[in-house]
Write a protein that binds this ligand. Structure first.
Ligand SMILES: Cc1cc2nc3c(=O)[nH]c(=O)nc-3n(C[C@H](O)[C@H](O)[C@H](O)COP(=O)(O)OP(=O)(O)OC[C@H]3O[C@@H](n4cnc5c(N)ncnc54)[C@H](O)[C@@H]3O)c2cc1C
Length: 417
C-alpha cells in the first residue's frame, strides 16, 4: 500500500487547481493526483473551442451565482472567499494574462488552452505534485480514519482525499456505496433541434434581440431548483439559426435551467419566440401604419424591425401572403398573422444537439451532503469534493470552470492546514 498525505482523484481542472494550491500552501505535504487517462487536463484542452474560457467578468457574488441553475444557493458563501477576481489574479501571478471579450467571457491572451495547461503542469512540477496517469480508481474504502483507494496500478492510502472526477458515473457509484446520494445526471448546455419552414435554409442568420419562452405549462421540477426557475422559463438576447435548429447563449441558458424537465420530456416541447420583443398589439399598430405609409410596396421587400432580411422573408411567407403581396392589399387576418409571427411564433423542439464549445452534466453529489465552508463531505471526515462531481453546473460563459477553481481553492485552504 502506497501512503500519501493527500490523494486527489482526477487530473482535470479542479484536481490540478487543488493540488497546486495545497502543495504551495503546505510544501511538507505529499500530494498525488490519480488520473485514469494517459493524459491530464483533456477537457481544459478542448474547452472554449480550444481557447479555454477560464472565467467570466462578473465580480458581484450575488450576480455571479445566478448563472448556476444548480448550486446558486450553495456557491454564494464560497464566492465570497474565492471569486472571479481571485482567479484572474491567480493566473496573472503565474504569468498568464487573461482578457475580457465583449460578452464578458475571459480567455488567456494567447487564445490557447495550452497556456493554461502549461501553467498547471509547470506549477505542479515546481511544487512536486506527483501526477500518476493510467491510474483508474476502482474502489474507495474507509478503514477507521484512513481511505484505501484501489487503482488499476496498486492500492493507495491517505487520511484526506479529494474527489475531482467530473461527471463520472463509476465514481458516483463508488460514492453511493460510501453512503452519498447522487442526483441523476442529465445533459446541460445543448442547442435545440427544430425542423420548421420558417428557419429552413437560413443557417447563420442572427436575430439580435429576441425573447424565448418555453410553453406547455413548463414548471421545472421543484426541490433542487431556485425560486426563479419555478417561474416561467424564459430568456432573452440574440438568437442564432443553425442548420438543425436554434442556438446562441439565449438557447443554451434555457437548456441549462430546464435541463431536468427537458430530459423528462425526451427533449420534445414548444417554445414561443418574440423576434422583436414587442407586444402583439403594439406590433399590430406599427404594421397598420406601415400599411398606409408603404401602400404600394411589397411586404416581402420592405424588411422592418431591424430583422435580418432572410428571416423577414420567411416570416412574411408564413403569414398567408406571397412575395408579391403589397402592404395596401393586406387584410386584417394577414396583418394579425404577421404580427403573431413577429411576436409569438411557436416552434416545436424535437431533440437536442451538442454545443461544441462547452457542455456539462447536470447532476452529481447531493449538495445537502456537503459542507460548503470546506467542501468536505458531511458523511465522512477527510473526504472532499470539487468541480463537476458535485450537483453544480452553470450556463455557458466560463462559470463552470469558476465553480471548479472556487471549490478546489477552498478545499486546498482546508486540507493544507
Ligand atoms: C467540450 C467542452 C468544452 C468546455 N468548455 C468550457 C469553457 O470554455 N469554460 C467553462 O467554464 N467550462 C467549460 N466546459 C466545462 C468544464 O470543462 C468542466 O466543468 C470542468 O472541466 C470540470 O472540471 P472537473 O475537474 O470537475 O472535471 P474534469 O475536468 O472533467 O476532470 C475530471 C478528471 O477525472 C478523471 N477521472 C474520472 N474518473 C476517474 C477514475 N475513476 N480514476 C481516476 N481519474 C478519473 C478524468 O479522466 C478527468 O481527467 C467545457 C466542457 C466540455 C466538454
Amino acid at each position: 500500500m502506497i501512503e500519501k498525505d493527500i490523494i486527489i482523484v482526477g487530473g482535470g481542472a479542479a484536481g490540478f487547481f487543488a493540488a497546486i494550491n495545497i502543495a504551495e500552501q503546505n510544501p511538507d505535504l505529499k500530494v498525488a493526483i490519480l488520473e485514469r487517462g494517459k493524459e491530464v487536463l483533456t477537457k481544459v484542452k478542448v474547452s472554449g473551442g480550444g481557447r479555454c474560457n477560464v472565467t467570466h467578468a462578473e465580480f458581484i457574488p450575488q450576480e455571479l451565482v445566478q448563472n448556476y441553475p444548480r448550486g446558486e444557493k450553495e456557491l454564494l458563501g464560497p464566492f465570497h472567499k474565492f471569486m472571479t477576481g481571485d482567479t484572474i489574479e491567480w493566473f496573472e501571478k503565474r504569468g498568464v494574462a487573461l482578457k475580457i471579450e465583449d460578452d464578458g467571457r475571459m480567455f488567456p491572451v494567447s487564445n490557447s488552452s495550452q497556456t493554461i495547461i502549461d501553467c498547471f503542469l509547470n506549477e505542479a512540477e515546481k511544487y512536486q505534485v506527483e501526477v500518476l496517469m493510467n491510474h483508474s480508481v476502482k474502489s474507495i474504502q474507509k478503514e477507521a480514519d484512513l481511505f484505501e483507494i484501489e487503482t488499476t496500478q496498486g492500492v493507495f492510502s491517505s487520511k484526506k482525499i479529494l474527489i475531482a472526477t467530473g461527471s463520472n458515473p463509476k465514481i458516483w457509484k463508488l460514492l453511493e456505496d460510501l453512503g452519498h446520494t447522487v442526483s441523476q445526471p442529465v445533459p446541460s448546455l445543448f442547442t435545440f433541434n427544430i425542423k420548421d419552414e420558417r428557419i429552413q435554409d437560413i443557417p447563420g442568420v442572427v436575430a439580435q434581440n429576441v425573447e424565448i419562452t418555453v410553453l406547455n405549462n413548463f414548471s421545472p421540477s421543484k426541490g433542487e431548483m431556485s425560486q426563479r426557475d419555478r417561474e416561467v422559463l424564459k430568456s432573452e438576447g440574440p438568437l442564432l439559426i443553425t442548420h438543425w435548429g436554434m442556438s446562441a447563449p439565449s438557447i443554451l441558458k434555457l437548456s441549462a435551467f430546464g435541463a431536468i424537465e427537458f430530459a423528462k420530456r425526451d427533449y420534445k416541447f414548444e417554445i414561443e419566440v418574440n423576434f422583436i420583443r414587442q407586444a402583439f398589439e403594439d406590433c399590430l399598430d406599427v404594421l397598420k401604419t406601415l400599411k398606409q405609409d408603404l401602400a404600394k410596396k411589397t411586404v416581402f421587400k420592405s424588411t422592418q424591425f431591424d430583422l435580418p432580411k432572410r428571416l423577414w422573408h420567411k416570416l412574411v411567407l408564413a403569414s398567408n401572403m406571397t412575395a408579391e403581396t403589397r402592404w395596401a392589399d393586406l387584410n386584417k387576418a394577414q396583418l394579425e398573422a404577421l404580427a403573431a409571427q413577429l411576436t409569438k411564433a411557436v416552434f416545436n423542439v424535437d431533440g437536442k444537439s451538442t454545443f461544441k464549445e462547452e457542455f456539462v452534466t447536470a447532476g452529481g453529489i447531493n449538495l445537502k451532503e456537503v459542507n460548503f465552508k470546506t467542501f468536505e463531505s458531511k458523511l465522512h471526515k477527510g473526504l472532499y469534493f470539487a468541480g463537476e462531481v458535485l450537483n453544480i453546473d452553470a450556463v455557458t460563459g466560463g462559470f463552470n470552470f469558476q465553480n471548479a477553481w472556487t471549490g478546489a481553492y477552498i478545499v486546498a485552504q482546508n486540507i493544507s492546514k
